[in-house]
Design a protein around this ligand. Structure first.
Ligand code: F6R
Length: 606
């Protein structure tokens, strides 16, 4: 959450800072700002809203300086306005910050007593004054170490100093931060995406580390202030993935990319010649694992729930799932025979990372199912299963969800087979069925006309419900999440069998209800629940799979049929109409689809 860029160069930097901030906007778009150093002065420009507003409000071509820092904000402390926008500066220090300083109130009191004046409502401003205060009595590196020690909470920082005209300091605790290397210039960025247009040579800071970046030199230090050496990684170039191409929105592009996501996942993990799954190098003995705990947030949590159904159906493993923000603060009974699986697109979600860290500290077996393989979660788990779906830019997760559930399904099959709980025949049959999934998804994507017409009803409604049983229940939750986050319509996902226990009271004449009833083992039960809501006036959109059998129910408002496949794989196909429903609802309302209000792509604060 929030994006940071810093450049120390031998030429003016404001143009590249602006370009990087535009790339970082997916992390936060409440306000934007830049500070450069020019002729011994800190020059600061800040604006409420997007980077475009910053460009409209200031003549950025005239923002001179060969060194600068920039920020896009997702507000935590203080309303989103230009005063609270970053950078925050004192007479000699300017700071950009991602994260939250938990002891900011105490520090602020102390700094006011020392004569410092505060302009904003942010926690970040205490960092500015704390460094200013510590620089009065200490040399730079000691002042930095001391400041970092005094801060409680999480941060990624970029700092410039009036008296050090070619230096940027970067520091990390909790929030990710990367350093990039270019010709006669070096960079600081909250992720590699911000830096990719300028360099593919990257070093990631670990928690507690800080760095001094000059145009021709980068030095790294550990939390005790001791100099350390760090590796430079070379990132692969996949620029095309960062462009919208002919699509109106990244979300539309990412929905349509799903057959490729699945094809790539299958190519990476399935050995077609031997009808086997290429996951061999587990760092533990499979016989040591008797239970699985899956942890994630939002859509990633829905992936965890989806896989629980598959694990229980196909293996004898005990499976529990947890929302990361709950797991990290509960009294957990850590068990040596449990495999803890962390699911995350970004690999930087603060709560998911903290849950992983907790498991690592308790010497648990940890595995990450992530998309960004350079991320903190990927680097710190014992074992990683990449999703390989390419960059996901739209804030609403679509292709990463299908990528996550694919990898988890493959893992279920592999563990079931290794534990002799899935017979060889069934294992190979299920691997074979997977091969047809990309083309089934491709066909299921051809529903735009139907969905566009249906979406208006959801937009006009007070609220809506998404119902499913068994394998379809996690998909109902995911469909409701997509609709609420994109079109700001109240939407609830429910197990269809729960309706009578309370939520049925919400059903009134004309209320749109999505019922996921594929012809699997739950079909008849779900159809009964559907009839109960129809009887109370609901306008039911039934999503099922193609079949010769007639649907025995009257008064269904609309029906969408996805392709047919085995029961395990139907959730992949049912997801598609729900993603498109959310997309077209938001499109009709004219909302910002790739950047829904109040949200950001990578949630690096808890
Ligand atoms: C919803 C969405 C979020 C994320 C959640 C976890 O469309 O995108 O709910 O799924 O913030 O993010 P990651 O997967 O990056 O850990």
């Amino acid at each position: 959450m929030c994006g940071i860029i810093g450049i120390s160069s031998n030429k003016p930097v404001s143009g590249n800072i602006i370009n990087s901030l535009k790339k970082l906007e997916y992390r936060g778009y409440d306000s934007a700002g830049i500070a450069t150093l020019f002729e011994g002065e800190i020059k600061e420009v800040k604006s409420e809203g997007r980077v475009d507003s910053l460009e409209q409000n200031f003549d950025l071509k005239n923002l001179k300086g060969n060194i600068g820092i920039g920020h896009v904000r997702w507000a935590t402390h203080g309303v989103p306005n230009s005063v609270n926008a970053h950078p925050h500066s004192s007479h000699n220090v300017s700071v950009v910050h991602n994260g939250i300083i938990e002891n900011s109130t105490i520090l602020k009191k102390y700094l006011i007593s020392k004569g410092h004046n505060f302009k904003s409502q942010t926690d970040t401003e205490v960092i500015v004054h704390l460094i200013t205060e510590n620089l009065k009595t200490s040399e730079l590196e000691i002042a930095i170490t001391k400041t970092l020690e005094q801060l409680h909470g999480s941060f990624a920082l970029g700092i410039v100093f009036k008296e050090m005209p070619d230096l940027i300091v970067g520091a990390r605790r909790g929030s990710p931060l990367a350093v990039g290397y270019g010709p006669n210039e070096n960079y600081l960025g909250s992720d590699s995406y911000a830096l990719k247009a300028m360099t593919n040579k990257i070093t990631y800071l670990e928690d507690g580390e800080f760095c001094l970046i000059k145009k021709n030199q980068v030095l790294f230090f550990n939390e005790d202030g001791k100099k350390i050496n760090k590796k430079i990684l070379e990132l692969s170039s996949d620029e095309a993935n960062y462009e919208k191409g002919d699509f109106k929105h990244f979300m539309a592009k990412e929905i349509e990319e799903q057959p490729v996501t699945i094809k790539t996942g299958i190519k990476e993990y399935i050995d077609r010649t031997n009808s086997d799954i290429n996951i061999y190098n587990f760092p533990w003995k499979i016989s040591e694992i008797n239970s699985i705990t899956l942890i994630g947030c939002g859509t990633a949590y829905h992936s965890c729930l989806m896989s629980k159904y598959w694990f229980e159906e196909l293996t004898q493993l005990d499976v529990s799932i947890d929302i990361a923000s709950e797991f990290r603060y509960r009294k957990n009974r850590f068990k040596k025979d449990t495999l803890y699986i962390f699911v995350s697109q970004s690999g930087e979600t603060a709560d998911t990372y903290a849950a992983l860290d907790l498991c690592n500290k308790n010497n648990m077996k940890t595995c990450a199912v992530v998309n960004v393989i350079e991320s903190s979660i990927a680097r710190d788990a014992n074992f990683i299963l990449p999703i390989h779906c390419g960059p996901e830019i739209g804030v609403a997760s679509t292709k990463a969800f299908l990528g996550q559930i694919l990898i988890l399904y493959i893992l279920v099959l592999k563990l079931g087979s290794l534990r002799n709980e899935i017979t060889k025949e069934i294992y190979q049959e299920k691997i074979k069925d997977l091969q047809s999934l990309p083309s089934l998804i491709e066909k299921s994507l051809l529903i735009d006309n139907d969905i566009q017409a249906i979406s208006s009803t959801f937009n006009d409604a007070k609220g809506s419900m998404f119902l499913g049983r068994g394998f379809s229940y996690p998909i109902a939750l995911e469909g409701a999440l997509k609709l609420k986050e994109l079109s700001y319509v109240h939407a609830e996902g429910y197990p269809a069998g729960e309706m009578k226990h309370g939520p049925l009271a919400l059903i009134e004449d004309g209320m749109p209800v999505v019922v996921l009833a594929p012809r699997d083992s739950y079909y008849k039960k779900t159809i009964s629940n559907m009839q109960e809501v129809i009887a109370r006036g609901a306008k039911v959109l039934l999503i099922t799979n193609k079949s010769k059998d007639e649907i025995f129910s009257e008064n269904i408002w609309e029906t969408i049929e996805v392709e047919n496949t085995n029961d395990d794989l139907l959730p992949f196909l049912l997801t598609i109409p729900l993603q498109k429903l959310a997309y077209y609802s938001a499109l009709k309302k004219g909302y910002d689809i790739d950047k829904p209000r109040n949200l950001a792509k990578s949630v690096t604060v808890e």
